[in-house]
Design a protein around this ligand. Sequence first.
Ligand SMILES: Cc1cc2nc3c(=O)[nH]c(=O)nc-3n(C[C@H](O)[C@H](O)[C@H](O)COP(=O)(O)OP(=O)(O)OC[C@H]3O[C@@H](n4cnc5c(N)ncnc54)[C@H](O)[C@@H]3O)c2cc1C
Length: 453
Amino acid sequence: MEESQLRSTLKGEVIVSSDRGYDEARKVWNGMIDRHPSAVLRCTNTNDIITALRFARERGVSVAVRGGGHNVAGFGTCDDGIVIDLSRMKRIEVDPKAKLVRAQPGLTWGDFDRATQEHGLATTGGLVSTTGIAGFTLGGGIGWLVRQHGLTIDNLVSVEMVTADGSVVRASDTENPELLWGVKGGGGNFGIITSFEYRLHAVGPLVYGGAFFFPVDRAEEVLRTYSSIAHGFPDELTTLVAFLTAPPAPFIPQPIQGTKMIAIALCYNGPAETGAEVVSPLRMLKPSVDLVGPIPYLELQKMFDAGSPFGIRAYWKTSYLKELSDGAIRTLVSHASKMVSPLSQLHIHHLGGAVSRTSGGGCFAHRDTPFVLNFVGEWVSPAEDASNITWVRDAWEGMKPYSTGTPYVNFLGSEGGDQVRAAYGENYARLAELKRKYDPENFFKINQNIKPS
Ligand SMILES: Cc1cc2nc3c(=O)[nH]c(=O)nc-3n(C[C@H](O)[C@H](O)[C@H](O)COP(=O)(O)OP(=O)(O)OC[C@H]3O[C@@H](n4cnc5c(N)ncnc54)[C@H](O)[C@@H]3O)c2cc1C
């Protein structure tokens, strides 16, 4: 197929290096990623995707698939190959009676939440509203509803996808169930998802949430208390501990802005009075800033947006943590105090609850581990690359004696096969077998790649 034929066949847009807008079109969220694909194809429907795959295959070039473009490793773009950009595919159909939704892969969590909240419904979705639902779902999905309703994949009912040979396949509990098992955590390894169907739950419109901020010199005391009570939190309460620098935002008192803090951000999906009761042991610690109260779920979903703008330079490392022991707390605090950039953060996500009580019918392998660490290096200037990357690596290494050393795939950078294997643990062999069935040539390899067995 010639480029002219591609342009006339594709309903969406074809953008090559000589086109205006190419430089915008090749960018992804992580500003460290500077790749030059031979074309970005903004597909609008399944036929466009099949045409794009054929075009790439005929040229023998690789394909990078992009949903929201937030992947920290930059898998939503590539050098020389074809980017299949799905950001135009944003249809969403909510069935409020059945509490189900069908959603196309170009939606962000902001788009998705707006549509489902019109009916007082939601499912576990991202903590930053500009993140794409597609890549997020395919890696598991940790959000404010995770302890109550499980990972996003635990709410994934079915998918439609285009496989490497251009076939359209459906996967659900009754059709190709093994494929659904693999898609639930196995990333974009098996094909391009054109439609996700999710289970929805009653949420909001108001939840009880926000964040408590404490000075970092109280971090050990705060974390020890948190560690002693977190296992008793009800499922309706999901918390995230973050070491961060207080932003210059109007809701932070001026003297505190720019100082290092530890924050406990949270969401309680239930009545405000019960929420206040449930979080009272945290409030009794007397935070210097208390921003916790009734808040629209839609607002809570955007609480962290400003901290992670498009184009920021990012390097992350991740691991799971079985317990917040005294040694783990001391080590975390010591590394957090050395954080180089005021935009960096160190996150402790609390899982457990519904995550630990179900297999979710997918390949997510770490359900019995209650905490996920994410060392979030983020900064602006290329001159600061080395110091920030070193901080992230040192902090991750420092936590090795206490952590599992295995990554959560959604926070994983380009670290190679061993970390991908570790992410899936004993499920890797089964995934490799599934990959052999659906993508034996490893055509979809710009991802956390599972090699065909
Ligand atoms: C600011 C920020 C906040 C985040 N917050 C959270 C969080 O709260 N919880 C959490 O669990 N994770 C979070 N993440 C991680 C996030 O889940 C992953 O980065 C995820 O890959 C993003 O999905 P995307 O569609 O935006 O990314 P993309 O870069 O577009 O895609 C990511 C991967 O998925 C593949 N892919 C995308 N669409 C499809 C498709 N339709 N079919 C097949 N494969 C596809 C891509 O090829 C790529 O390998 C966050 C990331 C960022 C940058």
